[in-house]
Design a protein around this ligand. Structure first.
Ligand code: ATP
Ligand code: MG
Length: 452
């Protein structure tokens, strides 16, 4: 316990082997497919271990999300053993063994990067980032390359013992997230480890050890170097894995959130009360609830909600500055914000297209006369658009809330009831003075959908 403020130096790593009778992991907790892979590797004479989240979560009495395997067999050797095998990854070459939809990831032990003969298998950027990491080594070396002590636990299929290289069992018991080695070096090698520290702290309800936490705020901007496609994957693991709200809050504490979503963070306030911040609370807590109830979730909805007020604000500024109609300004603003966003987090096009649809429906939902309301119900993204409208109602109150309530009733009503509701609106709008549409001078044309 007296080591708690320290990081764990690589030189200090001391292997502890915990025999089967002294730990609680039984093969019953491990998926059949993972066991098949472990046994096949073992029978072929290779070392084979369950490692990472599988061991960690079983020791915590939790259900592991997936089972990762480490071995001294090279990816090519693994492929020769399994017909259902696919090699993936450039930065980090791995074998995937496929069992229908279940994928077991098999990684060959990573080695050190100091041997110049191996330099073609490894590469570092100027700021120390590992661009390629395909030097193979022993299990001891592999343990030193893992991120956190609690992730460097290996379950040995040969004798069912656990190998603990970095005091991970102690840290599990004390609920501490601690990087292996010098934190700054490890973050520079791979800045995503900063996001992982937060993710695990929230998911496992643990505390980030002070030495591991200290450099994060300063090094957060290194995340800009990470390919935006990887950042997209990470952002889903952070926000759409069941504890999005708590994770968002901790990401903010460490100034990591703004690295992922700068356009959203531009609306942050000290009191956490801006419309954007209220919307984040709404959408993340609703996402968490849906996951808890095993309901479907869609990343497009999350991004549409997170970026809604930034787009609206931009559109309002633009109407004011350029004299564009609000509709045109909105389309330009939507393009601008999405173009900016995909630079840091590469939201795939199929999702940005949905985000736009959900946004456009916000405008269409205000116009309900004639057959319009009936037509909107048939839109494939109507339900998502309605959910966003209700969240906006909770944030904005007023007309938006009333509109949301109208749409809720409209959906619940039968055909006759719906017609009545629309007739009531037609009446109101007929009694209003006919408005002349003002044609604003067009100075800026909406761009073509450059990112959808
Ligand atoms: P979960 O799958 O529950 O999110 P996990 O710990 O299994 O958690 P994975 O991303 O599946 O996380 O990675 C498996 C293991 O690979 C980790 O436990 C860790 O040992 C190692 N690892 C993953 N990413 C990194 C990284 N960026 N740096 C160092 N080691 C890593
Ligand atoms: Mg895993």
């Amino acid at each position: 316990m007296n080591r708690d403020n320290k990081s764990r130096a690589i030189e200090d790593l001391k292997l502890e082997v915990i025999p089967r009778k002294a730990h609680g992991i039984s093969r019953k907790g491990i998926s059949e497919n993972a066991l098949k892979v472990l046994y096949r590797l073992h029978k072929a004479g290779y070392e084979a271990y369950l490692v990472g989240g599988g061991v960690r979560d079983l020791l915590l009495g939790r259900d592991p999300k997936d089972f990762d395997i480490a071995t001294n067999a090279t990816p090519d050797e693994v492929r020769k053993l399994f017909r259902n095998c696919r090699l993936v990854g450039r930065r980090f070459r791995l074998a995937h063994i496929l069992f229908g939809r279940d994928v077991i990831e098999v990684a060959t032990f990573r080695g050190h990067h100091t041997d110049p003969k191996k330099s073609k298998h490894t590469a570092r950027s100027e700021d120390g980032m590992l661009l390629r990491d395909n030097v193979y080594g022993s299990i001891d070396e592999d343990a030193q390359r893992r991120d956190f002590t609690v992730n460097a636990l290996y379950y040995n299929i040969a004798d069912f013992s656990i190998r603990d290289y970095a005091g991970g069992v102690d840290d599990l018991n004390n609920r501490i997230i601690r990087l292996i080695g010098d934190p700054e070096t490890r973050y520079r090698e791979d800045p995503v480890r900063m996001l992982r520290a937060v993710r695990f702290a929230v998911k496992l309800d643990m505390t980030i050890n002070p030495a591991t936490a200290a450099p994060i705020e300063t090094l957060a901007p290194l995340l800009q170097e990470i390919p935006s496609a990887r950042m997209f994957e990470e952002s889903l693991k952070l926000l759409q894995a069941g504890q999005g709200l708590a994770t968002y809050k901790m990401l903010r504490e460490y100034h990591l959130f703004e690295q992922l979503f700068p356009a959203v963070a531009a609306h942050f306030t000290e009191e956490h009360t801006s419309q954007t911040e209220q919307m984040l609370e709404q959408v993340l807590s609703s996402t968490d609830k849906r996951i808890a109830n095993s309901q479907r979730i869609n990343p497009a909805f999350l991004f549409a909600a997170m970026l809604w007020y930034p787009v609206v604000t931009r559109a309002e500024e633009m109407t004011f500055e350029s004299g564009l109609s609000y509709y045109d300004a909105f389309m330009v603003a939507a393009n601008d914000i999405l173009d900016e966003q995909v630079k840091t987090v590469a939201i795939p096009r199929r999702f940005t297209a949905m985000v736009r649809e959900i946004w456009q429906l916000q405008m269409r939902m205000t116009r309900r006369t004639g057959a319009r309301a009936f037509k909107l119900l048939d839109e494939s993204k109507f339900r998502a658009a309605f959910d966003l409208l209700e969240m906006r109602g909770a944030v904005e109150g007023g007309d938006t809330e009333v509109l949301g309530a109208w749409w809720r009733d409209f959906q619940r009503a039968d055909q006759g009831g719906r017609q009545k509701m629309v007739r009531a609106i037609n009446k109101v709008s007929n009694t209003r003075k006919p408005r002349r549409r003002k044609q604003a001078p067009r100075r800026r044309k909406p761009q073509s959908n450059s990112s959808s």
